[in-house]
Design a binder for this molecule. Structure first.
Ligand SMILES: CC(C)(COP(=O)(O)OP(=O)(O)OC[C@H]1O[C@@H](n2cnc3c(N)ncnc32)[C@H](O)[C@@H]1OP(=O)(O)O)[C@@H](O)C(=O)NCCC(=O)NCCS
Length: 168
């Protein structure tokens, strides 16, 4: 199976925040942003695996900066590591205001699983990180995978070797 670089998995989208995307505080509704991030992450997952992929877990979402109606929001999704059938995807979000100031405002970490024709998990290619940030995210991905599996009740804490090493 041909390895893919992280760069090959990038998916980028820019959205104009409309009034009907906002909450009663007139800032972007978090659920709307989640939907945009999930959709873009699935495109990145497809670019890596060439398969239909489903969201298995959303491991971290931070809303660090309010986004208002009229802002341009740019989302960038990129696979940070591929395992057997699952992949971790970072979505980085930045906002451009009317004065063209660009601010990083959100980050989310998704896990997608590639499925075969029978909707069963299927082997995917390895991912090759190239930049310093890609290597940092790649190296820490196994720890996040184990934490996610423990929280989902899919792994015993005693089997989470990467997490235990944090406390040794
Ligand atoms: C995700 C799903 C495909 C996993 O299927 P499964 O039969 O349980 O398969 P497995 O236990 O072999 O898990 C497959 C992979 O997913 C990973 N995985 C499953 N749940 C996970 C979680 N909560 N966090 C991180 N990884 C997870 C496993 O570690 C495994 O990864 P690997 O093959 O890379 O080692 C299945 O649970 C599913 O279809 N869920 C619904 C997905 C969906 O509908 N999403 C849209 C939400 S509305």
């Amino acid at each position: 199976m041909t390895k893919k670089t992280a760069k090959e998995t990038i998916a980028i989208q820019t959205k104009l925040v409309m009034p009907n995307d906002t909450n009663p505080m007139e800032t972007l509704f978090g659920g709307q942003l989640m939907a945009w991030m999930d959709e873009l992450a699935s495109i990145s997952a497809f670019r890596h695996s060439g398969r239909i992929c489903v969201t298995a877990s959303i491991n971290n979402v931070s809303f660090d900066h309010p986004i208002i109606s009229g802002d341009f929001v740019t989302l960038e999704a990129k696979v940070s590591r591929a395992f057997k059938s699952s992949m971790e995807i970072f979505v980085d979000v930045s906002v451009e205001d009317a004065d063209r100031n660009i601010t990083k405002c959100n980050e989310a970490i998704f896990v997608f699983v590639a499925l075969d024709e029978n909707k069963k998990p299927i082997q995917i290619p390895e991912l090759v990180p190239e930049t310093e940030l890609e290597k940092k995210r790649y190296d820490s991905a196994l720890r996040r995978k184990q934490l996610s599996l423990v929280l989902a009740g899919r792994m015993k804490p005693s089997e989470a070797t990467e997490l235990q090493s944090l406390f040794e």
